[in-house]
Every structure is written in structure tokens, then in C-alpha cells.
Design a protein around this ligand. Sequence first.
Ligand code: HEM
Length: 119
Amino acid sequence: MEEVKRYTRAEVAVNNGKGGKPVWLIYKDKVYDVTNYLVEHPGGDAVIMEEAGTDCTEAFDSEHSKEALTLLTKHKIGELVEEEKRYDENGKKKKRVISAAPDGPSRSCMSRITCGLIG
Ligand code: HEM
């Protein structure tokens, strides 16, 4: 089985189409490289460039048909790392993550402190 590549939002942000970098987008926690699609986009390349390197989920959903979504899947290159995901396995938005403590032995401890502080 092929392993899924995982990226952080920071890694995706670097690929913003500037200085010869590719154009990556995040849509519902999946990462897409749409560099080669820019010239074909019916809405023009400028609107995609504005979102390059970012999470375009809302911008995408507000403008597109199911066909566009099917097209998008062809450009998938990976997914976000688990701790940065915002959607559950059914594509529904998860409840807001309060604390984004880094990985490591102190993580659960940090979460408890954060939750304790804010209620
Ligand atoms: C992420 C930022 C994006 C924005 C803001 C955006 C915006 C738009 C807009 C405004 C239109 C309407 C054009 C018109 O009617 O003149 C459009 C159409 C379209 N876009 Fe995008 N687009 C984005 C990304 C993408 C991507 C990544 C794909 C596919 C890989 C895509 C596929 C399409 C298709 C197929 C249409 C034709 C209408 C439809 O089938 O929904 N777009 N887009």
C-alpha cells in the first residue's frame, strides 16, 4: 500500500507560487499541487494565486460545482499531519482545537493546563 505524504500547514505555505515555487493548496485537510492546472482554470489563474499556499476550503466551496471537486482530486499530493487537521473522516468540520501544543512528552500535560486555564 502506498503511504500518504504528510505536510504541515507551514510546509504548504512555502509553496505559494512565488519565485518559481509550485502552487499548493489545502482543501479539507488534503494537500494539492495545482501548478499545472492554473492555465486551465475557468476562473483564471489570479484567483488561485491569491490562495496559493493556504487553506482554500471556504473559497473553493463558495465557487465550485461537484465536477470541480472531482478535478481537484486529480492533483492530490498528500494530507496534513493529523494534529493540524480540521475535518473528521466524514468531511465534517471538527470542533475547534483549543490548544495546539507541540508533539512530545509534555503534550497532554500542556493540554490539561491550557484547558484548565480557559475553563
Ligand atoms: C483556490 C482557489 C480558487 C478560487 C478562488 C476559484 C475561483 C473560481 C471562480 C470565481 C470560478 C468561476 C469562473 C466563472 O464563472 O467565470 C471558478 C470556476 C471553476 N474552477 Fe475554480 N477557483 C479556485 C481553485 C480551483 C481549483 C484548484 C480547481 C480544480 C483543480 C478549480 C476548478 C474550477 C472549475 C472546473 C470551474 C468551472 C465551474 C465549475 O465547474 O465549478 N478551481 N473558480
